[in-house]
Structure formats: C-alpha cells, structure tokens
Ligand binder design. Structure first.
Ligand code: G3P
Ligand code: CA
Length: 282
C-alpha cells in the first residue's frame, strides 16, 4: 500500500545536508523516530469534510486527495442488500425518512444522498458495498465498518461473500480491513475470513483499556481503534506490545492530527485528509 513519510522528512533532509562529518544526522531520537514513522491517512466516510459522507463523491475525493484508504459504514436493506450509510435511518443524510432496514434497495436508491451537504452534490445516491468494491478495489485501501450489525443478522457472512466474490478475501498489504464497535460481530467475521485483517472500535471510556481487554482482542483483531480522546503514547505502545496496530478516530482539526502523529498512531481516521498530510498533493 502506498504510504507516506511523516511531517519531518523535509526538515531531516535539510539537517542531513548541513551536518558535519562524524556527527549524528538526527538531533535527537525523537526526530529519527518521526522521520521513519509511516502513518496511514484514512478518509472517514470518504473525504467527508469536502463531500457528502459515504457517497461515491466522498470516496472519489479521498482518492483525489491521495488518502491511503477510505472508511465506510455498511448496513443492510429490507431485501438483504448491503448498503453504505452511517445512521440507522436515512433522515439526516438523504431527502427520505425511515429506517434503513425497513426500506428496499430500490427505495434507498431513489433517495438523494447529496443535496443535504450542498446543491452541487444533488443526485448522489446511497452506494451498495458491491458498487464501492468494484469501483475502488486495487485503487485504494478500504476500511469497512459493520455498523449496528445486531440489527442485521448474517451481515458478517454477506460482507465476507462480497469480498470472496472479488477475490478480496486474502488482501495483501492490508488493503481491506473490517471493523466494528460490536466486538462479537468482529469475532464472527474473523471466524469466517481469518485472513482479512479485523479491528475493534472503542468509544471513550474513562477507565481506559485494560491489558485483559487487549489480550482478548488479540485473539481475533489486528487493530484496536479507539476514539482519539483515549489515545496517548503509552496506549499506543501497549497496543503494539500486544502485536496489534491502532487507527484512532476522528480527526477534524490539525492539532488532533499532529497529536496523533506525535504519539505514534499507525493510521489516522479523518474527515480532512489534508490535515494529516504534510507533503505536496500533486
Ligand atoms: O472508523 C471510525 C469511526 O467511523 C467510528 O465512528 O460513528 O463515525 O462510525 P462513526
Ligand atoms: Ca464509521
């Protein structure tokens, strides 16, 4: 997977040019660590700061902005089709009303999923997971969140089937990751497709994350992805000690992006991919 070198590359190069013979290239261990660190830039619901979330426009924008991956939320229609939408109702992000699970694919596809964000996006529709995989497989990484899977019995198998149909069940370089806040669902998915990397999502908890939890997650997950409010350097190190990686969420300001780079996150889930990058985009 395409990855990028973090913020201090240019600075370190300048240092290299001016360093005296015999001196260390890096002024401190800290700079060396940052120079070598690679971080995945993950566009949350697509580049949702710039285009309506979970639409093809947002995914296209993420690719245009050279994000390494985009994240999406998958649920199921009344007639059992996998659809890409965050809320369990269509009310906030379309011109319709009602629960996703009570609407057929045809009904969901008839809705305008773009105008709420801006008139230039009128006509965007709710994509199916298959449409997104067909369009973007091989072009970018995709982080698939099973959203509220307890509402959709069997969704883990259906997602696995969509991946297998496209030979995406043995992804190289972590191009597909499946995650959920519902850890039982993550475990089920892992049992079905153990070769696809899986992640557990965690909301803020003042008690933090215990070693016992990390030990449990390690049995079926490769990623522990907490709210950014839970993260510090020590938690990142503990997650690494358990041989897992971390992609905290959700960055909506530059300070948070810089903080997560500092503490050594492996990926950063952001509405604004340009807040994470420091290199030129063209
Ligand atoms: O991928 C992390 C993030 O998407 C989790 O929160 O509510 O945006 O799905 P949410
Ligand atoms: Ca999500």
């Amino acid at each position: 997977m395409k990855q990028f070198v973090s913020a201090l590359s240019a600075g370190a190069l300048a240092l290299l040019l001016f360093v005296a013979p015999g001196e260390s290239v890096f002024a401190s261990e800290d700079i060396a660590t940052k120079e070598q660190k690679q971080v995945l830039n993950i566009a949350h619901r697509g580049a949702s700061g710039y285009a309506p979330e979970n639409t093809m426009a947002a995914f296209e924008k993420a690719v245009d902005m050279k994000a390494d991956m985009f994240e999406l939320d998958v649920q199921m229609s009344k007639d059992g089709e996998l659809v890409v939408i965050h809320d369990t109702t269509v009310d906030r992000t379309t011109d319709g009303t009602g629960s996703v699970k009570n609407l057929t694919l045809e009904e969901l596809k008839s809705l305008d999923a773009g105008s709420w964000f801006g008139e230039t996006f009128a006509g965007e529709t709710i994509p199916t997971l298959g449409e997104v995989l067909d369009e973007y497989r091989g072009k970018t990484g995709i982080l698939i969140e099973l959203k509220s899977p307890s509402l959709y019995p069997g969704i883990e198998q259906k997602v696995a089937d969509e991946l297998k149909a496209r030979k995406l069940d043995k992804p190289e370089n972590e191009k597909i990751i499946v995650q959920s806040f519902d850890h039982e669902s993550v475990r089920k998915f892992h049992d079905i497709l153990p070769e696809v990397p899986a992640g557990v999502l965690l909301g803020y908890n003042p008690d933090g994350i215990s070693d016992e939890q990390l030990e449990r997650f390690q049995k079926y997950a490769d990623y522990v992805n907490p709210s950014k409010s839970m993260i510090d350097a020590s938690l990142v190190e503990r997650i690494h000690d358990f041989d897992m990686k971390t992609h905290p969420w959700t960055v909506r300001d530059r300070e948070s992006a810089n903080f997560l780079l500092e503490v050594g996150a492996d990926g950063i889930i952001t509405d604004y991919p340009d807040y994470v990058y420091s290199h030129p985009q063209n």
